[in-house]
Design a binder for this molecule. Structure first.
Ligand code: SF4
Length: 93
């Protein structure tokens, strides 16, 4: 879970993501370009995969919450990071 400093930094940049959070992916906006998948893999965490034509969080336990995937997405399909709860996945707007 994020410490106070990480939360403060995230807020200072106007971002909602902090360590322990994972990307929410809007399946309607995703065009499966793989930008987020490739960037996350290149940076190390390798959290995302294309599954059934959309990007999905395949390895949430490896997410460092930096939000790099958000910056890579051309359609803004990823625009928020939230706590991962496998029992109750978030509904992407
Ligand atoms: S960068 Fe955006 S559009 Fe491309 S695969 Fe990832 S979520 Fe989908």
């Amino acid at each position: 879970m994020a410490d106070k400093r990480e939360v403060d930094i995230a807020k200072a940049f106007g971002r909602e993501f902090v360590k322990g959070n994972v990307p929410e992916i809007n399946e309607l906006r995703c065009m499966a370009c793989r930008n987020c998948v490739n960037l996350c893999k290149k940076l190390g965490p390798n959290v995302l995969e294309i599954d059934d034509g959309v990007a999905k969080v395949a390895r949430p336990e490896d997410c460092i919450g930096d939000g790099a995937c958000m910056t890579a997405c051309p359609t803004r399909a990823i625009f928020i990071m939230s706590s991962h709860n496998p029992e109750d996945p978030p509904d992407a707007p």
